[in-house]
Design a protein around this ligand. Structure first.
Ligand code: ZN
Length: 466
């Protein structure tokens, strides 16, 4: 049997999802709605919460002391608002914490200029300032293994002792008429229309995608091999092109989380990267200097979800979960991704507490960690508290025009769940976990989905199980 990943599209039963409140005659629903609006309009704590989560405790990389401190602050705050059972809940991240404490980068010849960069997380520091010549590798586009191996062989003697620009400069076109960042109503309706067979094609959906060409290396494979090559050949520092406009930089991580498997690595603004590329291209040597100070935290292997709740009354064992992810990437303070989600969830529960609502069910705020590294904290929580993701019946069904395995999961997440996996964070977490599921596939089925789109792949695999 081969193990492979199945594309899974599913719906979750909604039984028992909506929160309800005690039947107090003085509290009809309209009154509650008005009270909620009044509390938020007159006494919003959102911006104060955001200030602490971002200005004071950002960035909040998983495993870092700032993330833990942000969680501790949130518990203190939610407890002060009257929430109960506030605590950090440990889970095994398995990687040490990491922070960048200082960075500086310069062109020192033929001009003097300060460079705009961000350090790639979980890469090693330099041991003090490193000054060296720049060398640019222009890798073949979408190479096969043979092409990459052949290219690297030509570079063996060229990168030793160099600061290596990894890849050609990306041309970023100026767009003077950027599209509105908001989805228009028509598109939003199409995306969530259950009768639209193409709904899955929208961004974030699980619709038809070009299957990758198996003869080509993936960007991740190229990246890993390049790291190994640069270490083995004695390069000093790796520089990646941010490839974005207006000096924006998105810096993610050394996917191995292992300092021994990467060079000190920075992501450089597209403008600076282009300037160095152009000077090198005219035959003029370029001298660069970098100083990177990173700190590693072994204790970060244990990460924490932040939990607090308003206990319910007669149905207190049924839980309405409000979640956002508290961790962020390291290059900024993580306001939109996702302090705002956390602040909104904290605020929603705070308002209910402030207006004196007594919910029948427990309302639990959970601020996740490890989201950016793969939804890890919320998955650990589900495993710990809900066992497997689904404890009820699982039905498989055919959906016209959707070439995927389609399931209805009864009682997923203890009966609570979102209406659509594309609509919210809880669904995103569950959906992310499901598409990572490995299922047994007979060897005779290997590659069948790509080769014969007319055949129901699911039918052949699951025919017996139905
Ligand atoms: Zn995020």
């Amino acid at each position: 049997m081969l193990r492979t990943r199945a594309l899974v599209v599913l719906c979750i039963s909604l039984i028992g999802y909506a929160p309800s409140f005690a039947q107090d005659p003085s509290q009809n629903p309209d009154d509650i709605t008005a009270k909620i609006r009044k509390e938020e309009n007159e006494n919003s704590q959102i911006m104060r919460t955001m200030h602490f989560l971002t200005d004071v405790y950002g960035p909040r990389l998983t495993g870092s002391p700032s993330l833990k401190a942000a969680g501790e602050w949130a518990i203190k705050q939610m407890t002060a608002w009257g929430f109960e059972n506030g605590h950090l809940e440990a889970w095994d991240f398995g990687h040490p914490g990491w922070t960048n404490e200082r960075f500086s980068g310069f062109i020192t010849s033929p001009v003097k200029e300060t460079l705009t960069c961000e350090v790639l997380s979980w890469t090693p520091a330099t041991n003090g300032p490193v000054a060296a010549q720049a060398y640019q590798m222009v890798l073949p586009e979408k190479p096969t293994q043979e092409q990459l191996t052949a290219y690297l062989a030509t570079q063996k003697d060229k990168v030793k002792g160099k600061i290596v620009l990894a890849g050609k400069h990306q041309f970023v076109a100026v767009n003077l008429t950027p599209p509105a960042p908001r989805t228009d109503d028509k598109q939003a309706k199409e995306r969530y229309n259950p009768d639209n067979p193409n709904a899955g094609q929208f961004r974030g959906g699980g619709g038809p995608q070009q299957p990758p060409d198996p003869t080509k290396l993936t960007p991740r494979q190229i990246d890993e091999q390049l790291d190994q090559f640069l270490i083995a050949t004695g390069a000093l520092i790796r520089v990646n092109d941010a490839g974005r406009e207006h000096r924006q930089i998105r810096a993610f991580n050394n996917r191995t989380f292992d300092a021994a498997k990467a060079l000190p690595t920075v992501v450089m603004s597209n403008e600076d990267y282009g300037r160095i590329s152009r000077i090198l291209a005219d035959g003029t040597p370029v001298e660069l200097e970098f100083n990177i100070v990173n700190r590693w935290y072994p204790e970060g292997k244990t990460a924490y979800n932040t939990i607090a709740e308003i206990p319910g009354a007669d149905k207190k064992d049924e839980v309405v979960m409000l979640g956002g992810h508290l961790d962020s990437w390291h290059a900024a303070t993580g306001a939109t991704d996702n302090a705002i989600g956390c602040a909104v969830m904290m605020e929603a529960a705070r308002i209910l507490k402030a207006i004196g609502v007594k919910p029948r069910r427990t309302i639990r705020v959970a601020l996740w960690s490890g989201e950016e590294e793969g939804l890890l904290g919320s998955q650990a929580y589900v495993k710990e508290h809900f066992g497997s993701m689904v404890q009820g019946r699982v039905d498989r069904y055919e959906a016209a025009n959707v070439r995927a395995l389609n399931f209805v999961m009864q009682g997923a997440l203890g009966g609570g769940g979102p209406r659509t996996l594309r609509a919210d964070g809880l669904g995103k977490t569950l959906g992310g976990a499901l598409v990572r599921l490995e299922i047994e596939v007979p060897e005779s089925m290997a590659g069948r989905r790509r080769a014969r789109p007319d055949v129901s792949w699911a039918d052949e695999i699951l025919g017996e199980a139905r």
